[in-house]
Design a protein around this ligand. Sequence first.
Ligand code: PMP
Length: 296
Amino acid sequence: NAFDQGVAWLDGHFVPLSEARISVFDHGFTRSDATYDVAHVYRRRVFRLDRHIARFMRSLKSLRFEIPFDSDGLRALLLEAVRQTALDDAWIMMICTRGRPPFGSRDIRLCRNNLIVCVVPFIWLATPAQREAGLTATVSTLVRIPPHSVDPRVKNFHWLDFVRSIFEAQERGSDLAFLCGEDGRVTEGAGFNVFMVKGGEVLTPADGVLEGITRASVLDICADEGVPARVAVFDAAALRAADEIFVTTTSGGIVPVVRLDDRPIGDGRPGPVTRKLNEIYWRRHESAPWSEPIDI
Ligand code: PMP
């Protein structure tokens, strides 16, 4: 299969990922003028695809991008891209870039926006061993880009605060970094939402973050299973005092964090609430309405 290392769709054609090309003058590249979303397939089932499409459509609208599909058309294209690869476990990326104005112009209204769809082998946030034992994290000294400058609910490639936080975390020997806002509130990290468990209650930052589909799934599970949960505002001190911490992402679901800034969280092992939510997440992943089979 020519597409088993990944497929890309652009300009109306499917090509092997290695052959996908866009202009180096595309404002998506030179100005981060782009939006995107990532859904996933696990064991041939696609997870909450309509939620990802709805979020992508909201992001497009908010940044005035235009694509030649409605939600149903995009859905059909994404599923066709998955079928082309025949991958069991995959990432489904949809990206829209501004494109470029005619040479000699700076007028962004003259850009033809580029929709790019890629399906690639699944990319995990953590290895199986790390998911079992838990990750380590640090509270970054970097401040998250303010939400009134770049809206974190609109998925974007303004990642330099995250990139710097990753280098900082690595220098400190940590796997992940959590960024706070200027006011000290905990926000999120490079590609994941943050949760803590305190006194049996599950808490996640209320705003200033991407409304993650996995985050929403955890809140749904808590509501259905009678686990107390709410969105809240809390600072790094509260996080340090948590009984359990975990992160959520399309790239692996619910991943426990067992050390924060060189101090163990709880007893330094994944806690009971995290383990229970993780188990339910993967169970619900196996059937409708949270997932649907990819038929070849
Ligand atoms: N926050 C940021 C900044 C992200 O990039 C992601 C990854 N999409 C998330 C949170 C988690 O969102 P989701 O659960 O929808 O993957």
